[in-house]
Structure formats: C-alpha cells, structure tokens
Design a protein around this ligand. Structure first.
Ligand SMILES: C[S@@+](CC[C@H](N)C(=O)[O-])C[C@H]1O[C@@H](n2cnc3c(N)ncnc32)[C@H](O)[C@@H]1O
Length: 309
C-alpha cells in the first residue's frame, strides 16, 4: 500500500525544511558528542542530521523510505553519517535501555493507542537518566491550521503530558504560541508544547541501601500523588493538595532466603481531612524487589483505590 508520507516527501524541497527544529536547538546544552540518540519519525532528517553534526550517534527511524533517502542525502551534503531505519512505529520493537536521548519532534501521526505505546516505548528504550526531548502541537492548533494533523485526539494538552510522564522527572514543560517557519509543512503562528523529561535513575539502586530506597520511594510516591492530584484537579475539581507533607506513608521490608521474594512495599495515603480532595482517603503502593545486584522497582507508584467523590 502506498505510504501517504512518501508522496508528501516527493520532490526536491524538504517539506519541513533542512534546518533543525528551534526547540531542539534550544536544548543543545543537554547534548554531548558520543551520546546515542533515537530520532523518532525523523522524516527527511533535519533533526537527526543536526544531532549528527554535533557528534551524536544517531539512529533515525521513520515509516517513509522517501523521507529517509532525503535524510541520507542531507547527511551526505553536511559530511556526517546517521543510521536510517525504515519501520512502522506501530510494529517497532523498543530496545531496552539503549539510548541516552530520544527526540520526538512532531510525532503526532499517532492516534491515542499508538501514542500510548510510543510513550511507553520511549521509556523502555532510554537508559536510566536518559532524556526525551519532545515538541508537539496543542489542541488549540486546530484554530491556527498552520500545520499538524486535523484531529484533536492526536494533539497534546499539558494534562495529557503530565499524566503520561508523571513517573519521569519533568525537566521542562512549556506551552506557548509562537511563529515557526519550518518549510511549507509548518508555517505561521502555532500552538505548541515543549517537553524535556528524564527517565528516573532510581529504577536500580546499589546495595546496601534499603533505607535510601525507602526514602527515595516515599519521595517518588509523594511526588506522584501530588501530580496525579494536580491533573485530576484540572479535570474534576479545583482541588490542590493543601499540604503535601500530610500525605502519609508506611514502608515494610520483608526478607526471604530466596532473593526474588525480598520485598519493600510502601503504601501511602491522603488523609481524610483533605475533604475537598477527589483523592481523599486514597491509598497507593509501590513495591521494590531486592536482588543480589541491586534494588529494582517492580511497579511505579500508582493510585490503587480512590473513594467515590
Ligand atoms: C510531521 S512529520 C515530522 C518529521 C520530523 N520529525 C520533523 O520534525 O521534521 C511526521 C513523520 O512521521 C512519520 N510517520 C507517520 N506514520 C508513521 C509510522 N506509523 N511509523 C513511522 N513513522 C511514521 C512520517 O513519515 C513523517 O516523517
């Protein structure tokens, strides 16, 4: 079947230009030569090539063979190399902890189910401490019509990104309306959202540090409950946690002769006194598994139960 992107990329012109995305350039201070980057849906390669020019080791994946041929031609003209991979991201196998950086600039071809798979894939393929640099259109872009898909459910909101990346360290999150000139494809005033998120390093902690793991876990749980409360607030009520320190947590450690049965379980709850909270009385837990070579989280902090509002 013909790929519509192949047709859009036909011809000499580069649909989104040959200069890198301005938000990506603004994050240059985060990149170092030798870092391994996955440039997701990199199209005609303007971003992957720019990263390669900075000495990064770039894998540029896209579903359009025409786009990737132009990416290779651009790399050749600039005297750099990048690895191009032709693949449908709906079928892509996300290699575990392989990359220092994932770049996802305007990857909004994805409807909600595929977007969820891709966002989870970004997490899988980053090393702990690795970063995701992402820019996309907000729902308000539909009014501007200066680029992007005409489908609201493909576009981002701040809440969507907070919910999707709540278990990452969010380093930068900004909504803005700005003029962009990226070839004929993206041109004019645009409703944008920029994200830099870091994959948490505390998935694996060195032994012996059960106490450190517990402390880390309490912070993670508290941060998570606050950010989930924050995003619920936007949807349902005007609730903001009055006192994050009021969130209670208890941790139990059980050791066993068999390392895979060792567990650290932290439960935390919001107090009933937060009566205007949709999370009043909510409980949640997170479990760590202790093995001989470290402590590995087996689950992200998650709301396990909420009281009906
Ligand atoms: C808006 S363009 C963005 C290109 C590039 N990131 C940029 O900013 O210049 C969207 C890209 O997604 C790619 N794409 C669309 N569906 C895809 C899929 N299922 N798998 C892989 N790539 C896909 C297209 O080929 C296209 O290059």
């Amino acid at each position: 079947m013909e790929n519509p992107w192949d047709r859009r990329f036909e011809g000499q012109d580069y649909l989104f230009g040959t200069e890198p995305n301005a938000f990506l350039v603004s994050q240059a201070f985060r990149f170092e030569p030798g870092m391994k980057v996955l440039a997701v849906a990199d199209g005609e390669g303007r971003n992957g090539v720019w990263l390669a020019e900075r000495g990064l080791d770039v894998v540029s994946v896209d579903g359009s063979g025409v786009g990737l041929a132009k990416a290779r031609a651009l790399a050749h003209r600039r005297g750099v190399s990048l690895q191009t991979v032709l693949a449908d991201l709906a079928l892509w196998e996300w290699e575990s902890e392989a990359y220092d950086v994932v770049v996802a600039i305007f990857v909004q071809f994805a409807p909600p189910d595929l977007r969820k798979t891709m966002f989870e894939g970004f997490h899988t393929c980053l090393k702990p401490g690795g970063i995701l640099v992402m820019q996309g259109y907000r729902v308000e872009q539909l009014r501007y019509g200066t680029g992007g898909p005409p489908h609201a459910d493909h576009l981002y909101t701040r809440d969507l990104l907070i919910r999707s990346f709540g278990h990452w360290e969010i380093r930068h999150l900004q909504e803005h309306d700005s003029v962009i000139e990226e070839g004929a494809g993206h041109s004019g005033m645009s409703a944008l959202i920029d994200l830099v998120a870091e994959k948490a390093r505390h998935d694996i902690l060195p032994l012996p540090s059960v106490e450190a793991a517990q402390a880390d876990l309490r912070i993670a749980a508290r941060t998570s409950v606050c950010s989930q409360a924050g995003s619920l607030a936007a949807e349902r009520t005007s609730y903001r946690p009055r006192n994050a320190d009021a969130i209670q947590s208890s941790t139990s450690v059980s050791r066993s002769a068999s390392p895979s049965r060792n567990r650290v379980i932290t439960k935390w709850s919001t107090p009933d006194s937060e009566s205007n909270s949709p999370l009043s009385g909510a409980t949640a837990s997170m479990q760590l598994i202790i093995t001989s070579d470290g402590i590995r989280s087996s689950s992200s902090p998650a709301i396990m139960s909420t009281r009906p509002a």
